[in-house]
Design a protein around this ligand. Structure first.
Ligand code: HEM
Ligand SMILES: [Cu+2]
Length: 645
C-alpha cells in the first residue's frame, strides 16, 4: 500500500484515475474535489461582490448631489439593505472560504478536506441561499431594514411585505452552509496535516480560518435563533420583540450583535492570514514573530466575543456595561497592533520585491491602520454618541471591510491565481489595478468621515443642499466609481491571463509553502506522495541546512503514495504524527440534491405554500438517508475490517 520511493508515471496515471471527476454535467453536480469547490466559492462570491457593487453604484448616483430623485426611498432602503447583506454574508466570508477550500489541502500536503461531501453541501447551500435572497428583487420585495434589521422596524405592523421574511429565512438557510463549512475547516486543521507538520508549522491563513470557524460555531446560532424568532413573530403572531406585547426590541440587538461583531473577525482574520503568508514570499524572509501572530489571531477571536455591546452604546444600557464594553473594545486593538508590527518588521528586515500582490498587501497595512484608528475612537463612548448612525461609521466600516478584506483578497488572487489556472496575470495591468483601486478607495471613503462629522446620517436616500455635505458627497461618489473601475481592471486582467498569460510553472514566486511544490494547476490528487514536513517553510530549506547535523529535512518527493483508492493520511492533532490511512468518500449527488430540497422547503415557508414545505421536507429526508446508506464498497470494507480485527 504505502510505497516510499519516488513514484513512477504509471502511479500518476493510477492516482489520476482514482481522484479525477468525470467531465460533463454529472461530474459537475457530484464532484467533491476541494479545488473545484474552492474555485466555485471564489467565482460565486465575486459575482455577489459585483451585485453588491451595482447596488452601491446606484446609491452613490443617488447621493452624488442633493435633492436627487433617481430612486424612491423604498428602493433605496432595499438597496442599502441588500448591499450590506450581500457584502457581509454572500461576499466577504464566502470569498475567504474559497481561498481556504482551494488552498488548505495544498498547504498541508493532503489530498482533500476532511469531509469532502459536507464541503460540497456547504457550497450548494451557499449558492441556493444566495439565489433565495436575490429572488426577492424579482418580486420587488428585497429586505429593506438594513443589514442589522432592527426590531421593531422589522416586525409585521411596520414592514408588512415579504421583505423581512426573505431576510429571516435567507439567513437561517445560509447559516446551514456556514456551519457545515466551519466544521469541515476545524476537523481538517486538526486531522489532515501532513506527517511532521506540527501546529506551529502551518501557514497563518490556517490560523485565521480556524479562529473564524470556531467563532462561527459559537456565535452563529445566536443569529439563527434571532431570525427564527423574527419569523415566528411575523408569521405566527408570537411576541419576542414587540414591546407593546411584552417583547424586547433590545433582545434582537443583543442576539444580532453577538454574532455580527465576531462576524467582523470572520471576514478579516483569514484575510489577515493571507497577508501574513504573502508578505514573507516577497520580503524574501520568514514572517517575524510567527508565534505572536498566530496567538494574536486566536486572541482576537476570543476577545471578539466580549465587545458586541459597542454597537449598542446609544441604547440606554447601564453605565457599568458601557465602561466594560468600551474598555474591551480598546483592548482588542492590541493583538491587531501585534500583527501590524510583525508585517512591518518583516518588510523592513527583508528585501521586498514590489510585485502587484505585494503592493496590495502593503496598501492593506495602511488602510488597516486608518480603519483601526477610526474604530478605536468609536470605542470611546462619548465619541460614539456623536458619530453613531452617521457617515463616519460608514467610512469606518468600509476602511475595515474593503481595506482588510477586499485588498488582501485581490492581492491574494494575484498571488494564487497562477497556481489555480497555470497562468500569470499581467503585472503591468496589475500595477494599474492596484493604484486605481487604492486612490479610488481613499478618495471615495475618506470624505465619508468628514460628512459624518458634519452630521450626515447614514441610511438616508437624499439630503437637502446647504448643509455643507455636497462637496464631500460629490468626491465620495467619484471615488467610489474610480474604485469600481479598479475592480473591473482586475476582472479584465483575469480573463486576459486565461488566454494570454505567461505559463506560471509550479513555483513562479519562489514561495515557501507546500502548494508551490506541485504543478500549476495541481493534479486531481494534489501530491503524488504525501510529504513529510519539518519546518514552517519547507520549500525554503537550503540544501546545506538539510545536511546540518541533527536537522531533519522535509521530504517532498518521498513518502507514502496511497494509490489503492481515495486515501490520505490522518495525523495527530498537535504534532502531526501519522496515525491512520483515511478512506475518502467518492463523488456524490446527495449534497446537491439536499441543498435543492432545502431551497424548495424555504420557498415553501416563504410563500407560504405548505405543499412545497412537505415536498422539500420529504426530499430532505430522502437525501439524508440516501447519503448515509452504505455503498457496496463501504460494506465490503467494513466486513474486511471486521475480519481483520
Ligand atoms: C464600491 C464599493 C462600495 C461602495 C461604493 C459602498 C457604498 C456604501 C454606501 C453608500 C453605504 C451606506 C448606505 C446608507 O447608509 O445609506 C454602504 C453601506 C454598507 N456597506 Fe458598502 N460600499 C462598497 C463596498 C462594500 C464592501 C466590499 C462591503 C463589505 C465587505 C460593504 C459593506 C457595507 C455595509 C455592512 C454597509 C451597512 C449597510 C447598512 O447600513 O445596513 N460595502 N456602502
Ligand atoms: Cu463590533
Amino acid at each position: 500500500m504505502a510505497t516510499l520511493a519516488p513514484p513512477a508515471p504509471a502511479v500518476d496515471d493510477r492516482l489520476t484515475r482514482i481522484w479525477e471527476t468525470p467531465r460533463g454535467i454529472g461530474g459537475m453536480l457530484s464532484t467533491v474535489d476541494h479545488k473545484t469547490i474552492g474555485k466555485r466559492y471564489l467565482v460565486t462570491s465575486f459575482v455577489f461582490l459585483v451585485l453588491g457593487g451595482v447596488e452601491a453604484a446606484v446609491m452613490r448616483a443617488q447621493l452624488i448631489h442633493s435633492n436627487l430623485r433617481l430612486v424612491s426611498p423604498e428602493v433605496y432602503n432595499q438597496l442599502y439593505s441588500m448591499h450590506g447583506v450581500t457584502m457581509m454574508f454572500l461576499y466577504a466570508s464566502p470569498v475567504l472560504s474559497g481561498f481556504s477550500n482551494y488552498l488548505w489541502p495544498l498547504l498541508i500536503g493532503s489530498r482533500d478536506m476532511a469531509v469532502p461531501r459536507l464541503n460540497a453541501l456547504s457550497y450548494w447551500i451557499f449558492l441556493a441561499s444566495g439565489i433565495f435572497l436575490y429572488s426577492s428583487f424579482l418580486v420587488g420585495q428585497a429586505p429593506n431594514d438594513g443589514w442589522f434589521a432592527y426590531a421593531p422596524f422589522s416586525l409585521r405592523p411596520y414592514d408588512p411585505g415579504l421583505n423581512m421574511d426573505y431576510y429571516a429565512l435567507g439567513l437561517v438557510f445560509l447559516a446551514v452552509s456556514t456551519t457545515v463549512g466551519a466544521i469541515n475547516f476545524i476537523v481538517t486543521f486538526f486531522k489532515l496535516r501532513a506527517p511532521g507538520m506540527s501546529v506551529n508549522r502551518v501557514p497563518i491563513i490556517m490560523w485565521g480560518t480556524l479562529t473564524a470557524s470556531v467563532a462561527i460555531i459559537f456565535s452563529l446560532s445566536s443569529l439563527t435563533v434571532a431570525c427564527i424568532y423574527l419569523f415566528f413573530e411575523r408569521r405566527f403572531g408570537m411576541h419576542f420583540y414587540d414591546p407593546a406585547a411584552g417583547g424586547q426590541p433590545l433582545l434582537w440587538q443583543h442576539l444580532f450583535w453577538i454574532l455580527a461583531h465576531p462576524w467582523v473577525y470572520v471576514v478579516v482574520l483569514p484575510a489577515m492570514g493571507i497577508v501574513s503568508d504573502v508578505i514573507p514570499t516577497f520580503a524574501r524572509r520568514p514572517l517575524v514573530g510567527y508565534t505572536f501572530v498566530a496567538l494574536a489571531t486566536v486572541a482576537t477571536g476570543i476577545l471578539g466575543f466580549g465587545v458586541w455591546v459597542h454597537h449598542m452604546f446609544a441604547t440606554g444600557l447601564s453605565e457599568m456595561s458601557l465602561s466594560f464594553f468600551g474598555a474591551a473594545s480598546m483592548v482588542i486593538a492590541i493583538p491587531s497592533a501585534v500583527a501590524v508590527f510583525a508585517w512591518i518588521a518583516t518588510i523592513w528586515t527583508g528585501r521586498p520585491v514590489f510585485t502587484t500582490a505585494f503592493l496590495f498587501m502593503a496598501g492593506f497595512i495602511i488602510l488597516f491602520v486608518i480603519g483601526g484608528v477610526s474604530g478605536v475612537v468609536t470605542a470611546a463612548v462619548p465619541f460614539d454618541w456623536q458619530v453613531t448612525d452617521t457617515y463616519f461609521v460608514v467610512g469606518h466600516i468600509h476602511y475595515v471591510l474593503i481595506g482588510i478584506n477586499v485588498f488582501p483578497v485581490v492581492g491574494g488572487l494575484y498571488y494564487w491565481l497562477p497556481k489555480m489556472t497555470g497562468r500569470m496575470l499581467s503585472e503591468r495591468l496589475g500595477k494599474w489595478n492596484f493604484w486605481v483601486m487604492f486612490v479610488g478607495f481613499n478618495l471615495g471613503f475618506f470624505p465619508m468621515h468628514i460628512s459624518g462629522l458634519l452630521g450626515m446620517p447614514r441610511r438616508i436616500y437624499t439630503y437637502p443642499s446647504g448643509l455643507g455635505w455636497d462637496t464631500a458627497n460629490l468626491i465620495t461618489s467619484i471615488g467610489a466609481y474610480l474604485f469600481a473601475v479598479g475592480v473591473l481592471l482586475f476582472v479584465i486582467n483575469f480573463f486576459w491571463s486565461l488566454r494570454r498569460g505567461r505559463v506560471a510553472g509550479p513555483d513562479p514566486w519562489r514561495g515557501p509553502s507546500l502548494e508551490w511544490s506541485t504543478s500549476s494547476p495541481p493534479p486531481p490528487y494534489n501530491f503524488a506522495v504525501i510529504p513529510t514536513v519539518r519546518s514552517a517553510y519547507p520549500m525554503w530549506e537550503r540544501p546545506e541546512q538539510r545536511e546540518e547535523a541533527g536537522k531533519e529535512p522535509s521530504q517532498l518527493d518521498r513518502g507514502p503514495v496511497l494509490d489503492q483508492g481515495r486515501e490520505t493520511v490522518g495525523t495527530s492533532s498537535l504534532d502531526g504524527e501519522p496515525l491512520a490511512v483515511l478512506q475518502m468518500p467518492s463523488d456524490s449527488y446527495w449534497p446537491f440534491l439536499l441543498a435543492f430540497s432545502l431551497l424548495v422547503l424555504f420557498f415553501g415557508l416563504l410563500a407560504p405554500v405548505w405543499a412545497l414545505v412537505v415536498i422539500g421536507g420529504v426530499g430532505l429526508l430522502v437525501c439524508v438517508i440516501g447519503w448515509l446508506w452504505p455503498t457496496r464498497e463501504e460494506r465490503e470494507l467494513a466486513m474486511r475490517e471486521e475480519a481483520a480485527a
